[in-house]
Design a protein around this ligand. Structure first.
Ligand SMILES: [Zn+2]
Length: 317
């Protein structure tokens, strides 16, 4: 990223130089004025490092003032925008350096990093717009008052979870289970968006995507032992969200790798959010006792119930 910014800065300066050359080519009198201005500048610099008195600088300053005025008039007469001579930075604040003079990150760099975080998170399409504010409790309330109340608590739980991950104090995982279209993905995305916009790293993948990456890393010899970014992310991200557990074809390999992943995150004390269409009772048979045990006993398990939101929407539209 640093190299990118340096390269970009050089390009922007080169663009400015090209514009200036073009203007000089068109208006040689301007080129001559600027040559004289540079010349008087050099002489002022020589005076500044010499021991000559103040009075020696006066004619130089006067000469420079005359030239500067002439330049202004020429600009007005030729109708040249002064911006032609300036580098057109995307961020004038830091001149595209990404850092302030005091070594603080510029807002543009913070934004760029957040954009990068989103791009590598795995959040796509409508998930990017799913946040806590758009988590629609009326869908649940419309089905029953009890469900409405319960989901209000679930929403609060999700918000607490996100805040604790943000503060780095979260120790317990979350496990969302229940039927398709009951809001699991929306709440998971809301948690992910909350963290990503605040500069945290999130890996959001379906179990199939995770397994494919692990498989490639382990067995694709063309990969030459290089670790895909996703594999590193699975260990290091501030939050890993495994979506759709149970939708994959569960093999011995899947069960083993899931165990490793869950265990790794626990060992590193980094939180995990798993969502599954399976019931808790189905987990041991699918992934083995020890994996199910770690998933269930080390998580707050939240059941999502109700008629599928997708079904309801289909009926209502
Ligand atoms: Zn900036």
């Amino acid at each position: 990223m640093v190299i990118d910014r340096d390269t970009k800065r050089l390009q922007k300066k080169a663009e400015r130089d090209r514009r200036v050359e073009e203007v000089y080519g068109r208006y040689p009198e301007l080129a001559e004025l600027d040559r004289q201005l540079r010349d008087v500048g050099v002489r002022l610099l020589k005076w500044a490092v010499s021991k000559a008195g103040e009075e020696a600088a006066t004619p130089l300053n006067e000469e420079r003032a005359v030239l500067a005025r002439a330049r202004e008039e020429l600009f007005a007469r030729l109708n040249i925008a002064p911006a032609v001579f300036e580098v057109q930075w995307d961020c004038p604040q830091c001149q595209d350096r990404g850092w302030s003079a005091f070594g603080e990150k510029c807002a543009c760099l913070v934004q760029e990093e957040i954009d990068d975080l989103f791009a590598s998170s795995g959040l796509t399409g409508e998930m990017l717009a799913q946040n806590f504010a758009t988590f629609d409790l009326s869908w649940y309330q419309g089905q029953s008052a009890r469900l409405g109340e319960k989901m209000a608590q679930v929403l609060a739980l999700g918000q607490d979870f996100a805040d604790q991950v943000l503060q780095g104090v979260r120790r317990q995982n979350l496990l969302f289970y229940g039927g398709v279209g009951t809001g699991k993905t929306h709440l998971s995305s809301a948690i992910a968006n909350h963290l990503l916009t605040r500069g945290k790293t999130v890996v959001y993948r379906t179990i199939s995507q995770i397994i494919t990456s692990i498989y490639t890393a382990k067995f694709d010899f063309q990969n030459q032992g290089r670790q895909p970014a996703l594999i590193t992310g699975l260990r290091q991200a501030d939050l890993v969200i495994i979506d759709d557990l149970g939708s994959e074809k569960t093999t011995e390999f899947v069960a083993t790798e899931l165990f490793e992943l869950v265990n790794d995150r626990l060992r590193l004390e980094r939180p995990l959010l798993v969502s599954t269409n399976l019931s808790l009772a189905e987990l041991p048979a699918r992934y083995g006792l020890r994996t199910a045990d770690r998933l269930i006993t080390r998580s707050i398990c939240v059941e999502f119930e109700g008629t599928s939101i997708r079904q309801l929407k289909a009926v209502l539209n």
